[in-house]
Every structure is written in structure tokens, then in C-alpha cells.
Design a protein around this ligand. Structure first.
Ligand SMILES: C[S@@+](CC[C@H](N)C(=O)[O-])C[C@H]1O[C@@H](n2cnc3c(N)ncnc32)[C@H](O)[C@@H]1O
Length: 233
């Protein structure tokens, strides 16, 4: 079916009722577009969803299970939040727990919301946001915490593994990667298994009747030693 005046957006098929077999097709299609679409396509898809309020549930995440880990491991330093959405983490973490925060998201609609909330919250001095694709974003500097908050499963498995290894090079010598993820789908469980295989897990905890995992991990000791050497520590 082609586009027409009633369905002007290429994403019209992803809208509408959320029940029955059509919904299942939509969910599968959406997942495929998120993993295999072009950067521009993914950006438009997320912008559309944020624009029509599908993700309003992310505006406030008071007391989220990942916050105590982010606050503990950031050690008053710097945090990089990949797939930051509309700014909950950067505005709800205890402001005295960190020195600087960078949020990156593919959706400029989400980034705009995050910036607005940051201004209202008087955190413009320490929080900064960038629109970009996690797969190609190049961080500036080294971080104490690199966080993926429900943003780890939008990539092909091979790309996810490469991406985590690439980002681990932007950790400070004692820094940690933190993933918060739903584990109700076999794909996200496979990602967590791969993390456990490829990295040193510092801690891992389950929440919400084991539907959500928070896993804190670091590069293997040999790679950490190389990172320390490179940092002159
Ligand atoms: C489920 S939301 C989670 C948002 C936020 N981290 C939170 O916990 O509330 C997933 C976020 O990942 C972002 N995202 C998905 N694919 C991305 C990509 N390739 N690059 C950057 N951000 C991406 C989406 O725009 C969305 O804001």
C-alpha cells in the first residue's frame, strides 16, 4: 500500500490500535526498522513516537532502579548517557552525585525535551545534550560511567558487541559501564549473556519480578591495565 493524504507519513503503519495480530506485525516491523533502518529513518521514527506522546512515560522516572548504581559509580565525576531520551536521568540523579553529564539520543524531539527540563531544573551548567546515533557517536574525553538505559537492544547483536567494546575505551581506568534493560525478550537476554562473556561483571541485580536487569561491568582486567597505561595512571 502506498502513501496517501490520509497516511502521509511512512510510519502510518506503526500507528493505531495496540491489540491483535496487526499489532504483532507492527511491533515486529518497528523492531526491524529500529535495528536495520538508516540513521535518518530511525531518527524520524523516534521523533514521530516522541511527538505523538508514545513515550511520555519516560518523562519522569523518579526512584528508578538504575539511579543508585549511576550515583555510586560516577563518584562525583562524569557520566555519558547513551539513548538518554527526554532527560529523566540527567534531571533526577542527585545533582551533587556527579560533576558533568552528557546525554546522546537519536531523537531531536527527545533532546529538546531534555534540554527544556534541564533549563527548568537549573542544570545547564553540568548537563549537555547531543542529537546523534549511538553507533557512530564519538565521545570527547573519558567517563566514570557510561550508561545505556533501555537503549541497548536497538542494534544488531554483532553491532552491539562492537559498540560496547568501542565505548569501553572511553571509560576512565576505574570507570564502569551500566546497562539497565528489560529482559522479557530473548534478544535482550542474549545481549546480557554476551556482556557476561566479554566483560568483567561487577554486579548484577534483577527488578520488577525479574523483568528488568541492572548490570555493572568493566572491560576485562588485561584491557583495563592497557587503559591505565594509556591514561598514564
Ligand atoms: C526506551 S527509550 C529509553 C530512554 C532513556 N534512556 C530512559 O531510560 O528513559 C530508548 C531511547 O533510545 C534512543 N535510541 C534508539 N536508537 C538509538 C540510536 N541508534 N542512537 C541514539 N539513540 C537511540 C531512542 O530515541 C530513545 O530515546
Amino acid at each position: 500500500m502506498g502513501l496517501n493524504a490520509r497516511n502521509p507519513s511512512p510510519f502510518w503503519i506503526l500507528k493505531g490500535a495496540r491489540t491483535g495480530p496487526i499489532d504483532k506485525v507492527r511491533t515486529v516491523l518497528r523492531g526491524l526498522l529500529q535495528r536495520f533502518g538508516t540513521v535518518n529513518f530511525k531518527r524520524q521514527l523516534w521523533n514521530q513516537e516522541y511527538g505523538r506522546g508514545s513515550w511520555n512515560c519516560l518523562d519522569t522516572m523518579t526512584g528508578d532502579c538504575v539511579y543508585p548504581y549511576a550515583e555510586r559509580y560516577v563518584k562525583n565525576g562524569c557520566i555519558l548517557d547513551l539513548g538518554c531520551g527526554p532527560g529523566a536521568v540527567g534531571n533526577e540523579l542527585n545533582a551533587s552525585a556527579y560533576d558533568s553529564y552528557i546525554g546522546v539520543d537519536i531523537s531531536d524531539v527527545a533532546i529538546e525535551k531534555a534540554r527544556r527540563r534541564t533549563t527548568e531544573n537549573h542544570r545547564t551548567g553540568k548537563n549537555h545534550y547531543f542529537q546523534g546515533d549511538i553507533l557512530s557517536y564519538v565521545p570527547k574525553g573519558q567517563y566514570d560511567v557510561i550508561l545505556f538505559g533501555d537503549s541497548i537492544y536497538y542494534f544488531r547483536p554483532q553491532r552491539t558487541a562492537e559498540m560496547l567494546t568501542r565505548y569501553s575505551k572511553y571509560l576512565k581506568p576505574d570507570g564502569a559501564l551500566i546497562v539497565r534493560s528489560w529482559v522479557t525478550h530473548h534478544r535482550s537476554r542474549a545481549i546480557i549473556r554476551n556482556i557476561e562473556r566479554d566483560f568483567d561483571v561487577v554486579e548484577k541485580h534483577l527488578y520488577h519480578e525479574s523483568q528488568i536487569v541492572v548490570i555493572v561491568f568493566q572491560p576485562p582486567a588485561s584491557r583495563r591495565a592497557a587503559l591505565r597505561l594509556a591514561a598514564g595512571a
